[in-house]
Design a protein around this ligand. Structure first.
Ligand SMILES: [Zn+2]
Length: 267
């Protein structure tokens, strides 16, 4: 049986998103199509993201979570946990486990959200793992309008630290990432499971999260005086409270850490 609070969270999600929730699909033909292998990986990514979001929801509905050190570190002391759960994690409950396919990104509507797989050579192919395009982005003309989650080749391969330096793997499961976190062989944003990145990316996707809840990549000036995006766990915690709740990465860290190494209630 589901706990009562969780049921109310699910009901809220259903009421809030019924009629507005996008059609989520994977492009499987033409330019930027996802291959059969990549589609399998995308399906696993969606399951991982749904599990991460669901445990974030459970944590956020626990009494006094707003006073826990993990919550304060990532969202500040004035954030409302139920609000965060409903706006940023509950939409994952509505996401289909296995999306259907679409053969073209032309002539889609503002209610469609499509996963595409650009190859090497596409803009941002080496600088981002994924990027989100919203309906109103750019000025390429109405026929170019669409909502996309672009999954670049670097999402499908990882450089993982090991005792002799590093090695490349093509998948990184949540349990493997957790073992690395616990062993402290890896604890940053460079090698995160695709599901982690999807929790982040969906915070940028207006069709999914709602325009009002749109998150950005907050900039942070590091100790060397260099301005970087606050992706790392330390940076995510060091930015001030107001930017914390609009930084997409803080949602990904919260979901990942409470699923894995942080335990609630903490001190
Ligand atoms: Zn981002």
């Amino acid at each position: 049986m589901l706990p009562r609070l969780l049921i109310s969270a699910l009901l809220f999600a259903f009421v809030a998103f019924a009629g507005a929730f996008p059609h989520i699909r994977i492009l499987n033909e033409g330019d930027d199509a996802c291959s059969k292998e990549k589609i399998e990986r995308i399906n696993q990514m969606i399951l991982d993201a749904k599990n991460l979001a669901s445990s974030a929801n459970d944590t956020l509905y626990k009494p006094n979570v707003a006073k826990s050190s993990g919550f304060v570190a990532l969202f500040g002391s004035n954030a409302n946990p139920i609000d965060i759960a409903n706006k940023h994690f509950a939409p994952f409950n509505m996401t289909p486990d296995v999306p259907k396919f679409v053969s073209s990104v032309q002539n889609l509507t503002a209610k469609d959200l499509t996963f595409t797989c650009p190859t090497y050579g596409a803009p941002k192919d080496t600088t981002a793992r994924m990027s989100t395009r919203n309906w109103d982005d750019g000025d390429d003309g109405p026929d170019q309008r669409n909502n996309l989650i672009r999954i670049y080749p670097s999402s499908f391969e990882y450089v993982v630290p090991d005792s002799t330096g590093w090695h490349v793997v093509d998948t990184l499961s949540v349990p493997t990432a957790v073992r690395a976190v616990i062993a402290k062989t890896w604890f940053d944003e460079k090698a995160v499971p695709m599901g982690f990145t999807l929790v982040h990316e969906m915070q940028h996707a207006d069709a999914f999260i709602g325009t009002k809840n749109h998150c950005i990549d907050v900039k942070y000036t590091n100790t060397e005086g260099k301005t970087v995006k606050a992706y790392g766990l330390q940076q995510a915690q060091r930015i001030t409270a107001a930017p914390k709740v609009v930084n997409a990465q803080n949602y990904a860290w919260f979901a990942f850490l409470y699923r894995t190494v942080w335990v609630f209630p903490d001190k």
